[in-house]
Design a protein around this ligand. Sequence first.
Ligand SMILES: [Mg+2]
Length: 205
Amino acid sequence: MINMLNYKFVFDLDSTITKEEILPLIAKEIGLFKEIQILTEKAMNGEENFCENFINRINMLKNIPIEKIHNIVKDIKLNEYIFKFILENKERCYIVTGNLDIIIKPILKKLNMEDKYFSCESMLKDNKIYKVTKVINKEDIVKKFDFNFIAIGDGDNDIGMLKRAHIGIAFGGSRKISKNLIENADYVIYDDKELYNFLTNLIKR
Ligand SMILES: [Mg+2]
């Protein structure tokens, strides 16, 4: 049997650790839901380049004070079982997210993961998002890892990360899993507690 003692756990953030997608929720709270949804759909349908589309969506938040965004983000519901798993195994966990560093800060703080994440990056000016300085591709991030890992995610942008993982888990605890991701996963899990038990058992193995 494989010795799992040295394996790390790499989590997607939106709809994996959180119970909801973060950007649409912010958009809803500030009255820009429709505008951002139209852009999101364009990205999902492959009508627009993902990076440009992401930057356009972030641009819509440029006039919003960062405190206001953080107030929304800090109340986003987390998957309590993943939360528990990360707190129990912090030294073995990483977050790899296509979201923006400055937006996700309150969540990283709650998880005590402020030094254990990879994300898109931005610059602040006058307490507002000034510009996106780096857009990441998750597969490019994990292929530089010098350790073996188990990856957990729900979306199309997690495919590369799951493919490179020793065990790739498509997780549908918060929303419908991307069909392409299911095809590239070793396991598909739909229940929060079941995921927790599965990951915990891997450690005990
Ligand atoms: Mg996700």
